[in-house]
Design a protein around this ligand. Sequence first.
Ligand code: HEC
Ligand code: HEC
Length: 370
Amino acid sequence: MTNLEKKLRVWDLPTRIFHWSLVAMVGIGLTTGFISPEWWMGIHIWAGYGTVLLVVFRLVWGIFGSEFSRIETFVFTPHEIIAHIRELIFLRPRHYIGHNPAGAMMIFALLFFLIAITVSGLLVLGGEENQGPLAGAANYRIGDMASEIHLVLAFILLTLIGLHIIGVFIETRLTSENLVKSMIDGYKIIPQGQSSPQPRPSRPMAAATFLLAFTILAGSVLWAFSTMPPSGIIQMSKNSDYTTECGDCHEVYHPSLLPKASWAKLMAGLEDHFGEDASIDQDLSVNIASYLEIYAAEAWDTEASNRFSRVSLKAPYQISATPYWQRKHNDIGDDVFRRAGVGGEAHCSSCHRDASIGHFDDQKIKIPVN
Ligand code: HEC
Ligand code: HEC
């Protein structure tokens, strides 16, 4: 720094904390979304909520933060954006005290996709998993569609992050101004001759009031949504005949795990049931068959009821033979299923602690170690 240059605090503390917390939160979200085992889904969901909070904070801080954090200071005209890109191409970008036009566009794109990805995530959570505030508002079909969109958005986000990092690297090289360092300590060096405006200070009280009001409002809306009963889950009475007769040799399977036709076939062939004679009294059998028919997959709209409706033609009433089951358990070795604590493929509840209620939440998976 020469005598004629000045050091200016450009990024205020909240903006810097926001930036690096967002890096951590989105990093956790992408890692748990793409590569971690399903039972880490709880962390993924919390990273999503954390991201929403950070983005909301940033938007509010974009109104009440100090000079260079304010959104109005980095809204550029198309003319300015084109000029900046031209300067970049000729490798001579001019110096901006706050965000430059390319950086600003990236910020808007990132904020937009972060909002889109969290909204689609909430729809997946509500529609497919029947969890979260939208469990009642989103049915399985919506959740299924949202999950494809969620994935595409995640790839777009990854691309944007890549471009953002490349952009920071290029601008740092061309302007010999360490952008990463300035996002850590907040300071930028103002070159000689460049006028530095009198930066406006932040208004933390106004920001806090606004955030509080917004949180209460958004919280009440989500709360109102979450009071809706989860869609596709019906009230089911217990049937003690079913529990005692069919729970004799294995766990009692939730009726939603097979379609009506499969239960009917199973009940019609109990004398040769997977190599065993499971035949029972006529009365009991009629009672159980009608119970299973009423509460079969068709009556529900859960992930399991939708997925297990496509049965295997060779074994129409074996849940563990359905194509979906096979696909989902493909990576689990035979030795794992043979562990004493597991007891075979058919023992869903050894690994799925919520199997008995027809849920298979990712967070409830726990494979016994021996
Ligand atoms: C005599 C013992 C016995 C009784 C009683 C019995 N089962 Fe089974 N069942 C088995 C065996 C053995 C298997 C093969 C899977 C295994 O290894 O546990 C099986 C498998 C199943 C499966 C397929 C599980 C999978 O792998 O997807 C279903 C569904 C099922 N039984 C339903 C019933 C119902 C409904 C009843 C009551 C009407 C019943 N069972 C009563 C012994 C029994
Ligand atoms: C050895 C433990 C084990 C047993 C036994 C087991 N599962 Fe799973 N199951 C898993 C694991 C692990 C996953 C996650 C696999 C993945 O997608 O990476 C899973 C995934 C699933 C999913 C998908 C959940 C989701 O939201 O993606 C369903 C549904 C499911 N299992 C149903 C069953 C049923 C029904 C049975 C019994 C017939 C069963 N499982 C038996 C371990 C087990």
